[in-house]
Design a protein around this ligand. Structure first.
Ligand SMILES: [Zn+2]
Length: 418
């Protein structure tokens, strides 16, 4: 059993990661040919296992292993195969490989699971390509909207609608279809943080996913001038204004943490690198983005208010003008304690006692939970963070987590309840 799980994980990670745009790292944009080719690898492997393969209108992939009780809510398990530009070898791929390894463990042992297991490969999880959270899984759940289908991909400038169609999907049907009926969803995913690695723990159970509030295309307009010309009081310097904003938000962040509230503040892009800028010029423009994350909606709302108050103050003090552009959000989400307990039951059988933890990054599991599913995540220890070519993970940790899921599902009822 252990070797089936480990072999499946190793082979699928290799096969999927062989498909990438030029490095460093791995690049498979959302709804690109490369993402489709990675899905084709899973189709081939799933068919070899005898699973029933289907794709929905948004090209999410499902590979079903029938369970003993066909009327019990199915256990969907998986993750995504798109990556950020120059991402790592595990963000997404690990969960898909783990889900296939779980299905393989049942098939090879000849044991039918108590309920259907559906290996699930979502599309377009990485919202760096389209400014839409969980586009693929929300399409599967019947929750993607017509305006969202008009969102443009950051590299091609073409719409989500066009890219879905180009890869063989049916974007119009996404809007009319009922979406999947609520069942159970489990996502295996690398942690993207240091908690498990520091604690030397192979995996943990995720109890909630932080939400985000973003301004992706914000800018500050000041006045271009000779750097030696105007007096300090006459300058309308866009870069100094942004510096004020960053320092101000860092203080608000510190104050929020001091009140024991969850928050992360990131200015992920600061762009004063155009040919207009030069050492001898007072900067007349700077572009930036900001990403606020918290496990609580009211904290995000409060911080958005404080952010705008800082901006008011800076505009008055420095004479610059801010244009924040559109705001996008993802909702903080609680995951299923029931499923978490059931997985903890499987872990206990194998001698593990995984911690419960929050996810700082957004994941498809949140979209499933928001659609009324019993949805949970298992985090895998990783190092060097994620969304970069040095992303690290030990496949043995993933194999251990898959064995835990296998035990939890197989022994339905005993400390599990599947
Ligand atoms: Zn991911």
């Amino acid at each position: 059993m252990t070797s089936v799980i480990r072999d499946t994980i190793d082979r699928l990670l290799d096969r999927v990661n062989a498909i990438s745009d030029v490095g460093p790292g791995f690049t498979r944009p959302s709804y690109s040919r490369l993402e489709s080719q990675a899905h084709d690898v899973i189709v081939e492997e799933a068919e070899a296992l005898g699973l029933e393969v289907s794709r929905d209108a948004g090209l999410n992939l499902f590979a079903r292993l029938p369970g003993r009780d066909r009327s019990a809510p199915a256990i969907y398990i998986g993750s995504h195969l798109d990556t950020v530009s120059m991402g790592g070898a595990y963000d997404g791929q690990a969960g898909v490989s783990g889900a296939m390894a779980l299905a393989a463990a049942f098939v090879k042992s000849g044991e039918q699971p108590p309920a259907d297991i559906v290996v699930t490969v979502t599309r377009a999880e990485e919202s760096v390509w389209f400014p839409v959270s969980y586009a693929g899984s929300r399409a599967a759940l019947g929750r993607l909207t017509a305006p969202e289908l008009q969102a443009k991909r950051s590299d091609t400038g073409r719409t989500l609608y066009d890219h879905i169609k180009e890869e063989g999907g049916r974007p119009d049907e996404i809007l009319t279809g009922p979406g999947l009926a609520p069942a159970r969803f489990i996502e295996l995913h690398i942690e993207q943080g240091t908690v498990l690695d520091n604690a030397k723990e192979p995996f943990g159970i995720v109890s909630g996913v932080r939400g985000g509030l973003r301004y992706r295309e914000a800018r500050i307009d000041g006045t271009w001038a000779h750097s030696g010309g105007p007096a300090r009081s006459e300058r309308v310097d866009a870069v100094f204004a942004l510096a004020d904003l960053i320092v101000g938000m860092d203080r608000r962040w510190e104050e929020t943490l001091a009140r024991s509230q969850d928050l992360a503040v990131t200015f992920g892009r600061v762009d004063a690198a155009s040919s207009e800028h030069a050492f001898a010029k007072v900067p007349g423009r700077v572009d930036f983005c900001v990403d606020l994350r918290s496990d609580t909606v009211s904290v995000l709302d409060e911080l958005d208010g404080l952010f705008k108050a800082e901006i008011d103050k800076i505009e008055k003090a420095r004479g610059v003008r801010f244009d924040l552009g559109a705001q996008s959000r993802s909702q903080p989400t609680k995951l299923s304690a029931t499923l978490g307990d059931q997985i903890a039951g499987g872990a206990a059988q194998l001698g593990y006692s995984p911690r419960r933890m929050l996810s700082g990054g957004g994941h498809d599991a949140a979209a499933f939970a928001q659609a009324g599913w019993d949805s949970v995540m298992v985090f895998l220890r990783n190092w060097n963070g994620s969304h970069n070519p040095d992303e690290g993970m030990d496949p043995a940790d993933l194999a251990a987590a898959v064995e835990v899921l296998h035990a939890a599902i197989r022994d339905g009822g005993k400390g599990g309840g599947y």
